[in-house]
Ligand binder design. Structure first.
Ligand SMILES: Nc1ncnc2c1ncn2[C@@H]1O[C@H](COP(=O)(O)OP(=O)(O)O)[C@@H](O)[C@H]1O
Ligand SMILES: N[C@@H](CC(=O)OP(=O)(O)O)C(=O)O
Length: 803
């Protein structure tokens, strides 16, 4: 047989309607090759419908015929929807014949074999239809009734006879050398060619058994979920997908009972090389679970699971309770009839065993047979229980999880709790309850670990220290609100800082020496080894050198909150690459504090664009210092006196030329233009500096002495504007034609930009939606509190998105 054969299994949930069949055909075409084996189950709820028809027929209920007619119509509809007339015709004719065949089976004696034969149609219809659909799509396929090779004798848990089945399979496949083969799941035949089924959900087991017989390298079980989750995702919405699960843990989960992995699915793995993985046929790219054969040193539960409709068998013994109970359990296990869980009560001398309703009858029959051998006195059967279990290697040694489990179950009508001998599960049996709330509650207490977020701050200056105070006040609330563990891991000034992954507080920062020099790349090596789930860098500096490390931050998945404008205003290529790097690594780059301090300027532009708006132009006054200066300047006081006043009040940078040059405004305009989707370089923004060239080269002191040289030109500009009923303001504008300028302009004295509070910034955003009347954002655009607040607001957004 081919050495590289793969098996794919599609269950009823993947074949629920014509759309599902098409999806499956596309998956087969894409993910399989000739000679691969495709195992299918009955479409949607077909098996349930067949069981119902049998039950009605057993009660001689006339509704059976109508129910059968309805099912045949459902199958015919699938055929008509999936195949063209020519391809559909023979299948519809066959269905018609099968309709009569089933009707006559139902009229005859309904024993286990005839019932199984009726059930077998579900899988046969699926296999025949999928093969025809694949062939119609030029993906050559044939189908195979697994009763031709799977040999097993009737029982609740039929075991496939490997010795008999393997050569039969080999000869069946030898007839189909060059195509994919669609094989029926669930059904086998006994030595007299009568139909035997592998039990409800048995197709998973068919698939792995088939893979073992065919020496396939893998089995992929496709269903309506991406794999095994920490709980049934239909009941627990925030269940998480487990990408890997150890074979022992998966086997324990299926042994206890779950639809995602049928009880015996993993048995054939012990005698085959196949890998098993689970995927979603509805969304093949939504991840998967790989069941691996490596050991596990886990110390906790990974899954909370439950089984409804559990039956309890309570046994008492005439003598040697412990000995006989143990021996009986071993005997049952050797017949594949071990209970899902059990409880030995030495004081009363009773053994209570929990069985799924599918297995209980056979178990009971076996116990009856063994009754005298093990001195069983009495067997009591009672229905109406549920089973709740935690599964995962080491769960029984995990005091926290055990405690939570016991606490939660103590509030329920609990019968008993049992930990499995191999410590793979902790099972509780309760009288029947609505399981959903309990599962949700257990899941959230056991698995919802708080995300750990560490913060490393660069810049302990004016705004940095203000933010540290703000963070100190809000740390606890922020962590609680967003269900995070939030730690301040590092705080750096320009040369050195404190770094402590155990967390820092203000007192430590004030009273202890810096312990870490700010030397790259050594600091990187330390940051890379952080113990958090997420790390965020807060750049509250104006350092171009630090901004050069942003790409590295992104590469390591560090989030970045920045008030530093350098990277945002760097070359377009660098800016685009940085954005890409952050997005590629699932990290966020938040920079609302770079423009307008706390005013939500970038946020508003982003939100407009995300909602489908298109930015046409942005204009305004982006510098608090220049806003103050021109709002105050009325020609009566020399401009240089006003400037000196601003300097004294701390409203300008220590070197006022940094404000007067307009460079800072130019950077802010570039940042906003990019936020609006424009591709610009700094040099594309024409800048009229207020600093004459000959004053540029002077030292700060020299410039402060020479400031009066600005007065004359400023007065002239003021008077020129005044003559036209205008005022002078330092404006920034950009439009979607990428025309951008920054400089002094004369604007109408009644213009909204002309009448601001001193220091205010104003941003007018024109867009598709804000065409006639721009969206205006106005308010203080600089200052310790508002800028620290802007950083904090970015931190809050980050917390919201990662919790
Ligand atoms: N821990 C779990 N992880 C994933 N799915 C689970 C889990 N427990 C139960 N399930 C259920 O298993 C279902 C898939 O099994 P099933 O419906 O039998 O598929 P198929 O019909 O394809 O064989 C899912 O829809 C889900 O509700
Ligand atoms: N059709 C059978 C066998 C099976 O395994 O189905 P599914 O793969 O849909 O669970 C059943 O419903 O029991």
């Amino acid at each position: 047989m081919s050495v590289n054969r793969h098996v794919h299994k599609f269950g009823g949930s993947s074949l629920a309607d014509a759309g599902c069949f098409k999806r499956v055909a596309a998956i087969v075409a894409k993910h399989t090759q000739a000679q691969d084996l495709i195992v299918v189950s009955a479409a949607g709820k077909t098996t349930n419908r067949l069981i119902n028809i049998i039950e009605l027929a057993k009660q001689a209920d006339n509704a059976a015929a109508d129910a059968l007619k309805g099912l045949i119509e459902f199958q015919s509809k699938l055929v008509n929807e999936l195949l063209n007339e020519a391809a559909a015709k023979p299948i519809l004719a066959a269905l018609d014949g099968e309709h009569h065949q089933i009707a006559s089976l139902l009229e005859g004696e309904l024993n286990a074999f005839t019932c199984n034969e009726v059930l077998s149609f579900g899988e046969r219809w699926s296999a025949r239809l999928l093969a025809a659909l694949l062939s119609a799509l030029d993906c050559q396929a044939d189908w195979l009734d697994s009763r031709q090779f799977f040999k097993a004798e009737l029982s609740t848990q039929p075991q496939v006879d490997v010795a008999q089945s393997a050569p039969l399979l080999a000869s069946c496949l030898a007839d189909k050398p060059a195509c994919r083969v669609v094989v029926t799941g669930f059904i086998c035949s006994d030595s007299e060619q009568r139909t035997v089924t592998l039990g409800r959900n048995g197709s998973d087991y068919s698939a792995t058994e088939l893979a073992a017989l065919a020496d396939a390298v893998s089995t992929t079980i496709w269903s309506d979920v991406a794999g095994i989750y920490s709980a049934d995702p239909r009941l627990v919405k925030d269940a998480v997908l487990l990408e890997n699960l150890a074979l022992a843990e998966a086997a324990e989960l299926s042994r206890i009972g779950t639809s995602v992995l049928h009880a015996r699915t993993l048995e054939p793995l012990a005698r085959s090389r196949q890998k098993v993985n689970l995927r979603c046929s509805y969304a093949p790219n939504d991840g998967q679970t790989l069941i691996h054969r490596k050991g596990t040193n886990s110390h906790s539960a990974k899954i909370v699971t439950s089984v409804d409709n559990v039956v309890l068998l309570e046994l008492t013994f005439t003598q040697d309770f412990t000995l006989n109970a143990t021996a009986l359990l071993e005997a049952l296990a050797s017949h594949h009839l071990a209970p899902a869980t059990r409880h030995k009560h030495s004081e009363t001398g009773s053994l209570r065993m929990a069985y799924t309703c599918e297995l209980v009858d056979e178990a009971l029959a076996k116990i009856d047979q063994l009754a005298s051998q093990f001195h069983i006195q009495k067997i009591n059967r009672s229905e109406g229980y549920s089973l709740v279990a935690l599964v995962g290697a080491g769960v029984c040694d995990n005091p926290q999880q055990c405690y939570q489990f016991f606490q939660h179950l103590a509030e329920q009508p609990l019968e008993f709790i049992h930990s499995s001998a191999d410590k793979l599960s902790l099972c509780a049996v309760v009288r029947k309850i609505t399981l959903e709330p309990l599962l949700k509650d257990l899941h959230s207490h056991l698995f919802k670990q708080k995300t750990k977020l560490g913060l490393v701050v660069f810049g302990k200056g004016n705004i940095g220290s203000q933010w540290l105070e703000l963070f100190d006040q809000q740390q606890t609330t922020l962590a609680q609100q967003h269900e995070l563990e939030l730690s301040l891991a590092g705080v750096f000034s320009s040369k050195a800082g404190h770094l402590d992954f155990a967390g820092l507080n203000l007192e430590q920062l004030d009273n202890t020496e810096a312990n870490t020099p700010l030397i790259w790349p050594e600091l990187f090596d330390k940051l890379k080894r952080h113990p958090y789930d997420e790390l965020a860098i807060l750049d509250i500096t104006a350092s171009e050198a630090l901004s050069a490390y942003y790409a590295e931050f992104a590469r390591h998945g560090f989030h970045l909150i920045t008030a530093n404008k350098h990277a945002g205003a760097s070359e377009q290529a660098n800016y685009t690459a940085l954005q890409q790097a952050f997005s590629d690594h699932g990290a966020q780059w938040l920079s609302n504090a770079t423009v307008g301090a706390g005013l939500p300027v970038q946020k508003s532009i982003q939100s407009l664009r995300e909602s489908g708006d298109e930015i046409h132009a942005i204009s305004g006054i982006f510098s608090g210092t220049l806003s103050w200066l021109f709002q105050q300047y009325d020609g009566t006081v020399a401009f240089s006196d006003l400037l000196a006043d601003a300097l004294n009040q701390g409203l300008t940078e220590p070197d006022p030329r940094e404000d007067l040059s307009g460079k800072d405004v130019q950077r802010k305009l570039l940042i906003l233009a990019r936020e609006a989707g424009l591709e610009l370089e700094l040099a594309d923004i024409s800048l009229s500096s207020l600093v004459p060239e000959h004053l540029e080269a002077l030292s700060v002191e020299q410039f402060l002495d020479a400031m009066s040289e600005l007065d004359q030109s400023m007065l002239e500009a003021f008077n020129d504007a005044k003559r036209q009923g205008k005022v002078i303001r330092f404006l920034a504008t950009v439009n979607k034609k990428e025309e951008a300028e920054v400089g002094l302009s004369a604007i109408d004295a009644l213009h909204p930009f002309a009448n601001l509070k001193p220091c205010d910034n104003v941003f007018a955003i024109e867009s598709l939606w804000y065409k006639q009347n721009p969206l205006v954002i106005q308010g203080p655009g600089a200052g310790r509190e508002v800028t620290a607040g802007a950083i904090q607001a970015d931190l809050v957004s980050l917390c919201k998105s990662i919790k």
